[in-house]
Design a binder for this molecule. Structure first.
Ligand SMILES: Cc1cc2nc3c(=O)[nH]c(=O)nc-3n(C[C@H](O)[C@H](O)[C@H](O)COP(=O)(O)OP(=O)(O)OC[C@H]3O[C@@H](n4cnc5c(N)ncnc54)[C@H](O)[C@@H]3O)c2cc1C
Length: 307
C-alpha cells in the first residue's frame, strides 16, 4: 500500500511546456506541487524542434533546444526539487487522484495531465535486419544519406519539409502519401512537386521492404497495383499520437484526446488537462503554455482560493 502521507495541492504529470507552465503558476500562488517527468530532462517535444521558434510570443529562439534550456533554467530556479525527472508514471486512479510511478506513488488534491504527443510509428512489420534503415528523424543521419536514394512516407508539413531538405543532398527522393492529396502547406507542396529530384505519389501505401543485408527498395501499392521504389533508407513522417493510454479510459475522450471545458477541467472533478493531449486544442507551444496557466487558475479555484 503506497504511503500517501504527503498530499500535494496538485500532481502534475508531464514536464513539457504545459506541465511546467502550470507548475510555475501554481508555485507563484503558493500551491504545493510536484511535476512527474519520465525523461531525464524537462521540455518535452521542444528538444525535437530543429529550426527556429518564432511563433511563441516570448522571444526568438534559434531552435527548440534553446527554448528548452531557458525553460529548464527558470523551472529549476523556482520549482527546485518539486520536479522529479526520470520518473515514469505507470498507472493512475484519477477518481482518488493517485499516481503510481517507477519511483514511488503520489497523491494530490488535484491532478493536471500534460503528457503530450509521441511519434506515430510504422504499423508495417520491419524485419530485424532493416531496423537501422527505417528512420523517424533524418537530420542526424544527413552524412550517411548523401548521394543515396531515399523514400519519405507521410503527407504533412514534416514529410514535405523533410523531402525538400533531403533533395539537397540525396540522389533521389520519393514521397509516398496514403491519402489522395498532401496535407502540408500548399506553398511547400508546390515546391516539392516542381523539384527535379523529388517524385511524389499519392494514394500509395508501403506494403513490403526488400533487400539482402540492408534495405534496397520498398514495394508500395496504389490504385493501379504494386510498384517498386529504390531506396536505401525509409523515413517515416507519420504524425503524432497523444500519450493518453494510461488514463484515457477513465476520462471522456475522443480518439485519445481528452475532452476539456473552457477551464481545462476533464470529466472528473479536480482532474485537469492541457497541451497537445486535449480537445478542443492546438498542438503549439503557446497553447500548451496557456492551457497550463489556465489550468493552474482552475486548480486554485477548485481548492477554494481566489482566482
Ligand atoms: C518537430 C516539431 C516541431 C515543432 N515546431 C513547433 C513550432 O515551431 N512552434 C510551436 O508552437 N510548436 C511546435 N511544435 C509543437 C510543440 O512542441 C508542442 O505543441 C508542445 O511541446 C506541447 O507541449 P506539451 O507540454 O503539451 O507536451 P510535450 O512537449 O509532448 O511534453 C509532454 C511531456 O510529458 C512526458 N510524459 C509523457 N508520458 C509520461 C509518463 N507516463 N510519465 C511521465 N512523463 C510523461 C513526456 O516525456 C514529455 O516530456 C513542434 C513539435 C515537433 C515535434
Amino acid at each position: 500500500m503506497p504511503d500517501f502521507e504527503h498530499i500535494y495541492d496538485a500532481v502534475i504529470v508531464g514536464g513539457g511546456p504545459s506541465g511546467i507552465s502550470c507548475a510555475l503558476e501554481c508555485h507563484e500562488s503558493g500551491l504545493d506541487v510536484v511535476v512527474l517527468e519520465r525523461a531525464e530532462r524537462i521540455g518535452g517535444q521542444l528538444s525535437l524542434i530543429p529550426g527556429p521558434v518564432y511563433n511563441y510570443a516570448a522571444g526568438f529562439f534559434e531552435s527548440g533546444e534553446t527554448l528548452r534550456n531557458d525553460l529548464e533554467r527558470v523551472a529549476h530556479m523556482f520549482l527546485t526539487d518539486r520536479i522529479k525527472t526520470g520518473c515514469n508514471v505507470l498507472s493512475m486512479n484519477l477518481a482518488q487522484k493517485e499516481v503510481v510511478t517507477d519511483s514511488g506513488a503520489f497523491r494530490g488534491k488535484t491532478v493536471f495531465l500534460a503528457t503530450g504527443y509521441r511519434l506515430r510509428e510504422f504499423d508495417l512489420p520491419i524485419p530485424n535486419g532493416f531496423r537501422d534503415d527505417v528512420l523517424y528523424r533524418s537530420g542526424i543521419y544527413r552524412e550517411s544519406l548523401r548521394g543515396k536514394p531515399v523514400a519519405v512516407v507521410g503527407s504533412g508539413d514534416s514529410a514535405v519539409f523533410t523531402a525538400l531538405d533531403l533533395a539537397d543532398f540525396c540522389s533521389h527522393v520519393t514521397v509516398l502519401a496514403r491519402g489522395k492529396t498532401f496535407k502540408a502547406r500548399p506553398d511547400i507542396v508546390a515546391r516539392m512537386k516542381s523539384h527535379n529530384v523529388i517524385e511524389a505519389h499519392t494514394n500509395s501505401v508501403v506494403v513490403r521492404l526488400l533487400g539482402q543485408e540492408s534495405l534496397q527498395s520498398v514495394i508500395a501499392v496504389n490504385q493501379k497495383g504494386e510498384f517498386e521504389i529504390k531506396c536505401m533508407k525509409l523515413i517515416a513522417k507519420l504524425g503524432y499520437l497523444p500519450n493518453t493510454e494510461l488514463f484515457a479510459d477513465q476520462l471522456r475522450n475522443a480518439g485519445g484526446h481528452i475532452a476539456v471545458d473552457q477551464n481545462f477541467s476533464t470529466s472528473i472533478k479536480g482532474v485537469f488537462a492541457g497541451g497537445d493531449i486535449v480537445q478542443p486544442g492546438y498542438d503549439r507551444i503557446a497553447f500548451a503554455a496557456g492551457s497550463g496557466m489556465m489550468a493552474a487558475r482552475s486548480i486554485r479555484v477548485f481548492l477554494g482560493h481566489t482566482p
